[in-house]
Design a protein around this ligand. Structure first.
Ligand SMILES: Cc1ncc(COP(=O)(O)O)c(C=O)c1O
Length: 392
């Protein structure tokens, strides 16, 4: 591969992270609002569990360590209510990151992937690699950038054959959550379209700022696969541990994913799986950690919203959970994020990474650079408000 093509092969978030690393190595100050990594350490009991299990060196079952699958099922039943009574570890697949499990689902299902726009960077590349085909579903600022039932119904009517709807709540890049009032109308549309499956990406579920995350699976239990993992709420992105919960009705897909995994990743790392059992208990010290960290993110989210509100003409997404806000300004300026970075050191990820048009003035801000949030926000607001953008 020619050297110059290298960057194009990285996902946009990883490419931005690398660019920022290079600037820092060159001694420049950078406000790291581009890459969405948890700013918190892994909770102490989970680190201790990993240390205690460093000696675990056997290959584990493809579907995951039985104790971990049971721990995830217990947490699920405890938090999601009566629709899932009796669910056991049989309903859980473990993998090296939820990204891999979501990709596997696309590989084995092969329906047209319906992707709200804007959306996280990897769903569409997954569809391309799986050869599944995708359709963007436009979301609007007036709806808080959430997918509406009307848009979903139109797509379901127009596109023939099996479909996989991706929903992500709390959302990356938008920071909004889908509450009951948003999920029920979507589920109503889906009940009328039995050829649609839902991939509900709930990796930020524990980071709902009011602790009120609601799973889409409650509204369409027989057809929803839920993906989550340790990366965000447990500060353990580099541990690469994800899980997927799948209903009994989709056992054939879970079997196909396990078969695919057996010939590719084999299983997630053994010590990490043992350590993850203690993480998923999510009570005691780990529960305290979750409440403390999401409280900190909620406070910062409010400061970010207040700062963006100072910029004339800005439209920002509501912030209900996770690490992000998405914002737009009217006009056209394709390379504004690069100029912003050069002029102020503020790193954002341009909206085009999430499916928005290349010349749109939009971006995702990840408010994870905790020590520098206020200074970075100040520079951003100043640059946007005082002539940084072309033609404004
Ligand atoms: C919306 C969303 N889904 C999935 C992932 C991937 O998570 P994992 O580390 O479990 O593969 C990310 C990571 O950035 C994400 O933002």
């Amino acid at each position: 591969m020619p050297k110059g093509d290298m960057k194009k092969t990285l996902s946009p978030t990883l490419a931005m992270n690398e660019r920022v690393r290079n600037m820092v190595a060159a001694g420049k100050q950078v406000f790291r609002f581009g890459f969405g990594q948890s700013p918190f350490e892994v909770p102490a009991p989970v680190v201790a569990a990993l240390q205690d299990n460093a000696h675990q060196n056997d290959y584990l079952p493809v579907r995951g360590l039985p104790q971990l699958r049971e721990a995830v099922a217990r947490w699920w039943c405890r938090t999601q209510g009566p629709a899932f009574e009796g669910w056991t570890g049989d309903r859980v697949l473990v993998g090296p990151g939820s990204k891999e499990l979501m990709f596997q689902l696309q590989m084995v299902y092969r329906g047209t992937v319906l992707v709200p726009n804007p959306s996280w960077v990897s769903y569409v590349p997954h569809a391309r690699i799986a050869g599944a085909g995708h359709r963007w579903l436009e979301c609007y600022a007036a709806d808080g950038f959430r997918l509406t039932a009307a848009t979903l119904a139109r797509a379901c009517d127009e596109i023939k054959g099996p479909k996989l709807l991706v929903l992500n709540s709390p959302n990356n890049p938008c920071g909004h959550a889908y509450d009951a009032e948003h999920l029920e109308p979507l589920a109503e549309v889906l009940r009328a379209h039995p050829d649609v499956l839902v991939l509900s990406d709930e990796i930020y579920g524990e980071l709902h700022f009011r602790g009120e995350h609601v799973s889409m699976a409650r509204y369409l239990p027989q057809r929803t696969c839920v993906a989550t993992g340790l990366s965000k709420w447990c500060g353990a992105g580099g541990w690469r541990l994800g899980v997927m919960l799948m209903p009994p009705e989709l056992t054939h897909l879970a079997d196909a994913m396990a078969s695919l995994a057996s010939d590719t990743v084999s299983s997630a790392s053994a010590p990490i799986q043992y350590a993850a059992v203690s993480a998923w208990d999510m009570r005691g010290e780990v529960g305290d950690y979750v409440r403390r960290t999401r409280g900190i993110m909620a406070q910062i989210g409010r400061r970010v919203a207040a700062a963006l509100a100072e910029v004339p003409d800005v439209t920002a997404s509501p912030i209900d959970g996770g690490f992000y806000v998405f914002f737009q300004l009217p006009g056209s300026d394709p390379d504004w994020c690069e100029r912003l970075l050069d002029a102020t050191g503020v790193a954002l990820l341009h909206g085009s990474a999430f499916g928005r048009p290349a010349d749109e003035i939009s971006a995702r801000l990840a408010f994870v650079d905790l020590d520098n949030v206020d200074e970075g926000l100040g520079r951003l607001v100043d640059w946007l408000s005082h002539g940084g953008l072309k033609g404004r």
